[in-house]
Write a protein of this length. Structure first.
Length: 134
């Protein structure tokens, strides 16, 4: 319909992770299970690790609300040489933003979560990934 819909997720002072982040992680985990990916680890808040690690990739959920991405950039430089690093954001505007768009590169893919969820059973880093990138 072309109409913009805005959703707002409030979090209390005690919460470290927003409801949007939690929702996005759950959606990612469902897709990975559907694709029969082996999930090695789901990080707890504050661990300084990617949100989800599978046998084939690291996945980081970003809501787009951070003012700095230095912690994310450190994780990427540390881990993206061992397996692909997927950064999933709420929408394509955030994916294309200067803050996240510049992270796209060797071993790193920034994509909107909705687009990622639509792609049928792909393995990050596989030959079929090139044609399926959002």
């Amino acid at each position: 319909s072309g109409e913009t819909v805005s959703l707002y997720f409030a979090k209390s002072g005690e919460e470290k992770v927003s409801a949007l982040h939690k929702f996005m992680v759950v959606q990612l985990l469902k897709k990975l299970e559907e694709n029969e990916e082996t999930i090695l680890r789901v990080a707890e808040s504050g661990q300084g690790a990617p949100d989800v690690e599978t046998e084939t990739a690291y996945y980081e959920i970003e809501t787009g609300l951070k003012t700095r991405t230095t912690d994310l950039e450190e994780r990427i430089s540390e881990l993206s040489t061992t397996k692909p690093f997927m950064i999933l954001v709420p929408n394509s505007d955030v994916a294309k933003s200067e803050k996240y768009g510049r992270l796209n590169g060797s071993g790193v893919v920034v994509a909107a979560l909705a687009e990622f969820l639509l792609v049928k059973a792909r393995r990050p880093g596989s030959a079929s990934e090139e044609g399926a990138r959002p």
